[in-house]
Ligand binder design. Structure first.
Ligand SMILES: Cc1cc2nc3c(=O)[nH]c(=O)nc-3n(C[C@H](O)[C@H](O)[C@H](O)COP(=O)(O)OP(=O)(O)OC[C@H]3O[C@@H](n4cnc5c(N)ncnc54)[C@H](O)[C@@H]3O)c2cc1C
Length: 344
């Protein structure tokens, strides 16, 4: 029987260390408890009309202050199961509550190729399909076979295949039309027994050039990614943050061409014939904001894409800083940045 607690402090569940209290809070460690949880949450008068919010590691959310009128369901479902193996690949089904990076480490130790460039991303396995986590030219969508869910409408378990997840850049069905409909209980990944290749990303290529390594092992690739990430991203336990605070805008080529007049050296990334991806961090840095402090919130001095809560910032402090950054970048480059983490 799941215990539903009341008035739970949020800060400990948020890597940004911001937020008031969850009105109700429950932990689920066994998926078989979901039907009875929903029966209670939907049918008991006390909880009527209170939305359920699904929480993983709280690393991609900005929580509001005050009492949030939700029943937060923290997913701690753990499992790791090889469900299929050929001479070329292995399919592994992993519980949604597993720590993402523990899972990556395990697969690297098993010499399986596919998610090594996604090493050291905070959060849970269950959240990995939600925003199609990505880093260093790799996206998790390229390894996901299927997502096991509890369908809240039908109150039954089902599977969503990769092609039906509508994966895009930091996007999926779970953030859009299916938001609130499913609890992800497990994800199945297909990982390869092939030889690893260096992730196609300038910083990673340079790391191996400097090390004079032409054909790195999987472990060396993981170590490189962790090294590079530690240089660029603050540890949330020391400097509370939610990772990249803004999405990299995809703009028409003409918009980028205009910027290049003043910044001929700038490196942007073509998306298709007409569009190009402009790093949000570059825009913020070249608006003169890298390392700038906005009271209790700062733009990280080694990576302008990250906002750090430096002194017990409130939700309002974060939103004010975000709006100010968006305005300054818009005035300078005529590009409107969009926030990456969700707001609750
Ligand atoms: C320092 C740092 C670095 C980061 N680097 C990267 C990066 O390189 N690439 C990247 O893509 N992201 C990055 N992130 C963002 C974040 O780590 C990922 O988005 C991660 O997948 C979030 O996992 P989580 O478990 O913390 O999810 P949460 O923040 O708890 O939840 C995120 C969303 O997923 C939903 N959700 C979570 N679990 C489930 C579930 N089981 N079923 C249904 N919905 C669920 C939540 O309701 C919410 O909408 C970074 C964050 C930090 C703090």
């Amino acid at each position: 029987m799941i215990k539903i607690e009341e008035y739970m402090d949020i800060k400990d569940y948020s890597t940004l260390k911001i937020g008031g209290q969850f009105r109700y809070f429950a932990v689920i460690s066994n998926k078989e408890e979901l039907p009875s949880f929903y029966a209670i949450a939907y049918d008991e008068r006390k909880y009527k009309n209170i939305p359920i919010f699904v929480l993983g590691g709280g690393s991609n959310i900005v929580f509001s202050d005050g009492v949030l009128k939700v029943i937060t369901l923290k997913i701690e479902i753990k499992s790791f199961e090889i469900i299929n193996e050929t001479s070329e690949y292995i399919d592994i089904k992993v519980g949604a509550g597993e720590n993402w990076d523990n899972f990556v480490r395990k697969t690297v130790n098993m010499n399986l190729v596919g998610i090594e460039a996604l090493s050291f991303i905070p959060g849970t396995v269950g959240a990995s399909p939600v925003q199609n986590i990505g880093a260093y030219g790799s996206e998790v969508k390229d390894t996901i076979q299927e997502v096991e869910v509890f369908d809240i409408e039908k109150r039954e378990f089902s599977k969503i295949y990769n092609k039906d997840c509508k994966f895009g850049y930091r996007d999926s069905i779970f953030k859009n039309e299916a938001k609130g409909r499913y609890i992800i209980t497990a994800v199945t990944y297909r990982l390869n027994k092939s030889l690893p290749t260096i992730p196609k990303y300038p910083g990673v290529a340079k790391y191996f050039e400097d090390m004079e390594i032409v054909s790195p092992t999987l472990s060396q690739i993981r170590d490189a990614i962790i090294y590079i990430r530690k240089e660029k991203l603050p540890d949330p336990r020391v400097s509370p943050n939610a990772g990249s605070f803004f999405k990299n805008p995809i703009v028409l080529n003409a918009v980028a061409d205009k910027i290049k007049i003043d910044f001929p050296e700038a490196k942007f990334f073509p998306v298709d014939e007409n569009h190009i991806k402009v790093p949000a961090g570059w825009l913020i840095e070249n608006s003169g904001l890298k390392g700038k402090s906005f009271g209790s919130v700062s733009v990280y001095d080694k990576n302008a894409l990250v906002l750090v809560n430096t002194a017990n910032a409130t939700f309002e402090d974060i939103i004010k800083t975000r709006n100010e950054i968006i305005k300054i970048v818009k005035d300078k480059f005529d590009i409107e940045l969009q926030q990456e983490p969700e707001i609750l």
